[in-house]
Design a protein around this ligand. Structure first.
Ligand code: MN
Length: 326
């Protein structure tokens, strides 16, 4: 054997190759916070986290319940505004009535996706409907809209035909994007995915991931075992880019969400229910909402059929709000 090159170049032979770092895996513990409204319901919020504000375009994740809503008023989130994001409502049990300024009026139920794109602005309310099931359990997440989409008109989508497929010990519903070749009809605006996985007790389920995505595994009920971490209900395990698969394990029947996307490329300013880019924009949206709920404003049409008083915006802090990297 001989090197046949006419001009052999110098070869660097490196025997002590640096071991590549494994992709990050970081457990984000949720905070317990009251959901907006005078009759607040506690939720477990894992995003944004102090160390990690976003996963792809996903910028907010709340898990609520299981809560007994058979007595009292159940979930009561009066009309409130959003800009610059999509809201994703996903239920495990129960029902939530969504109404908005476009005239949408839908009862979201388990396995069905409620997806509202706020664009430049919309108001909506979320309430436990009359004649509801006794237990409410689910998640609400937000997806930041990129610059090219965030000034567009608001839109509401409801999907009851999401793709479902099985893996060993698991049933997967695709909420957004594409998983194992199954594509959700939901309209999204950056490369992202979202899926619900229902695991049978004792399951070891390998879920394919995209290597250019970062991901999060969000436990909804029973604890999960993922990459040596114990993920309790409401907690989120962040997985950095560079993974082609995650193996999901559980000892009990368990339900979880997997979210992911390419790291978001724009700095965001998130304040209250508003996602913008700078202080003045947030101040203007807040003022538009305050006008909308008192005398009316074209940006935020009233929520059709919801006669309850709308949520006032909180006071702005005394300092200028600053955008932050994802
Ligand atoms: Mn909302």
């Amino acid at each position: 054997m001989s090197n046949q090159e006419s001009r052999p170049g110098e070869q660097r032979i490196c025997t002590a190759r640096p071991v590549p770092e494994p992709p990050a895996a970081e457990l984000l513990a949720p905070r317990r916070v009251p959901l907006g409204g005078p009759r607040a319901m506690p939720v477990l919020r894992s995003l944004p986290d102090r160390r990690r504000r976003m996963i792809g375009a996903w910028c907010f994740a709340d898990v609520f319940g299981p809560a007994d809503v058979s007595e009292g008023e159940g979930m009561q989130v009066p009309p409130h505004p959003h800009i610059g994001l999509q809201t994703v409502t996903w239920l495990v049990r129960g029902a939530v009535r969504h109404r908005d300024g476009l005239g949408s009026d839908r009862v979201v139920r388990p396995g069905r996706l409620g997806l509202m794109a706020a664009g430049r602005g919309i108001a909506h309310s979320e309430r436990s409907p009359v004649g509801r099931p006794p237990v409410l359990h689910g998640a609400q997440m937000w997806v930041a809209l990129p610059e090219a989409e965030r000034h567009g008109p608001p839109r509401f989508e409801y999907h009851d035909d999401l793709p479902v497929f099985t893996l060993p010990g698991a049933r997967v519903t695709v909420l957004a994007g594409q998983v194992h070749g199954h594509r959700s009809p939901a309209r999204t605006h950056t490369p992202l995915m979202g899926a619900e996985v229902v695991l049978a007790a004792g399951a070891t389920a390998p879920l394919a991931l995209r290597g250019d995505f970062e991901h999060g595994v969000l436990a909804l009920d029973a604890p999960l075992r993922v990459l040596g971490h114990q993920v309790e209900a409401g907690a989120l395990l962040y997985l950095g880019p560079g993974r082609e698969e995650v193996v999901l394990r559980t000892d009990r029947d368990a339900r979880l969400l997997v979210i992911g996307g390419t790291p978001f490329a724009e700095d965001l300013l998130m304040w209250w229910n508003l996602v913008g880019r700078d202080h003045d924009e947030i101040v203007a949206a807040r003022a538009d909402w305050e006008r909308a709920r008192t005398e009316g404003d074209a940006r935020f049409a009233p929520v059709a059929g919801d006669t309850g008083p709308a949520l006032p915006a909180p006071e702005l802090p005394g300092v200028r709000l600053r955008p932050r990297p994802p």
